[in-house]
Design a protein around this ligand. Structure first.
Ligand code: F6R
Length: 369
């Protein structure tokens, strides 16, 4: 039931602090050993992994893109991410020491299931991250970690996405600790920070009115661009996907560094550009690069909306609007930066009078090719 919300999507956006907390609850020891729900793999199997592949579709694929940054940083294993619909029709190089992580909210997406079988035929180990207990994908996998988002009714994925991110982080930390790559105290520090994220998401949700206002002002825009670097890049893609599916608006996400290789031609007077700005602390090089990208698009007339960390004093003078989010470490930032993207798309679609929960031409579970 909608519990008084006008759309399921709004309700599901608001449920995210709870969904993230549930997905974390009781799942790990201080040492970073995570408790998988179904494991037909030993610790030794996890130690033998020499390569990780992540396959998924749509929003779940964006979660996989974020996971690549975390896994390569924490685990120091090569990690590739691929769309299931591409992976299943080519000859990826896999063997029994490859871990294939399959991400699917429904657990029934046809392309993802076929990618799983394709990997299994080559003896790869399969770990599923899914929201649906008893669905086909976890049944056919060697290990399963369930997201605990609860049933997601709206076609556009929101709370499932954030819980997929959490599950990916847990898998990354687990691999790092089982393989002895990270020290227990480093893993514990990330887990401690993760535990504070539900409250941060709650805070973000309480400060979304300016984002709704911006969305309503953009009702007549015919397109929007989203840019980001590092883990901000998949969130730019996710922001654009949400706008396409809900607002039926042409929206594109780019790696900010690619602008000058083509997309910058799209910018003229008033083109809306949403920028995911990395933290100015720590990786300041990344922050500097994004600020130069902002200046590049601004010089060509773009209207820039920045999603930045509170306390960032460099960005606001260069942009038209800044949405501030709480401080969190770089790899975990997508758990916060995704939220204004969801609210923005939902509000813009509502302003246009679209069916929020059932966008045209889309189905919740894509069981055909
Ligand atoms: C976008 C969306 C879709 C799904 C995709 C994969 O909001 O919901 O892009 O993410 O169809 O679905 P699952 O995760 O069920 O395999």
């Amino acid at each position: 039931e909608k519990d008084g919300y006008e759309y399921f999507m709004l309700k599901e956006i608001e449920e995210q602090p709870r969904a993230v907390a549930d997905t974390l609850r009781g799942r790990f020891t201080v040492g970073g050993e995570i408790t998988l729900d179904e494991v037909r793999m030993s610790d030794q199997d996890f130690r033998d992994v020499d390569k990780v592949f992540i396959v998924a579709c749509g929003t779940s694929y964006h979660a996989g893109m974020v996971a690549k940054y975390a896994i390569e940083h924490w685990v120091r294993l090569p990690c590739e991410v691929e769309l299931a619909s591409e992976f299943r029709y080519r000859d990826p190089v896999l063997d029994r020491s490859t871990l294939v992580i399959v991400i699917s909210q429904s657990g029934e997406t046809m392309d993802t299931l076929m990618a799983l079988r394709h990997a299994k035929n080559q003896k790869a180990r399969i770990l599923a991250i899914t929201n649906t207990v008893g669905s086909t994908i976890p049944r056919e996998s060697d290990a399963v970690l369930y997201t605990r988002a609860g049933i997601e009714v709206a076609v556009a994925s929101t709370k499932a996405f954030l819980t997929q991110l959490v599950a990916c982080y847990l898998v990354g930390l687990h691999l790092a600790s089982v393989r002895g790559i990270k020290y227990a105290d480093e893993v514990a520090a990330v887990l401690t920070e993760l535990a504070t994220v539900p409250d941060m998401i709650q805070k973000v949700l309480g400060e979304m009115e300016p984002v709704r206002l911006l969305a309503r002002h953009m009702e007549n825009a015919d397109r929007a661009l989203f840019i980001g670097r590092h883990v901000g890049f998949p969130i730019a893609l996710e922001g654009a996907l949400k706008l396409k599916e809900l607002a039926y608006m042409h929206a594109e996400g780019f790696a900010a560094g690619e602008l000058k290789h083509g997309p910058i031609s799209l910018i003229d007077d008033g083109t809306p550009v949403v920028v995911v700005v990395p933290s100015p602390r720590g990786r300041s090089l990344l922050h500097d690069k994004v600020v130069s990208n902002i200046q590049e698009v601004k010089a060509r007339g773009a209207t820039v909306i920045a999603i930045a960390e509170e306390g960032d004093v460099v960005v606001p003078p260069h942009v038209d609007h800044t949405v501030f989010l709480p401080r969190v470490s770089t790899l975990l930032a997508p758990l916060l930066t995704a939220v204004p993207m969801q609210v923005f798309a939902c509000e813009l679609a509502a302003a246009k009078g679209h069916d929020i929960d059932q966008p045209r031409n889309l189905a919740k579970s894509v069981t055909v090719e």
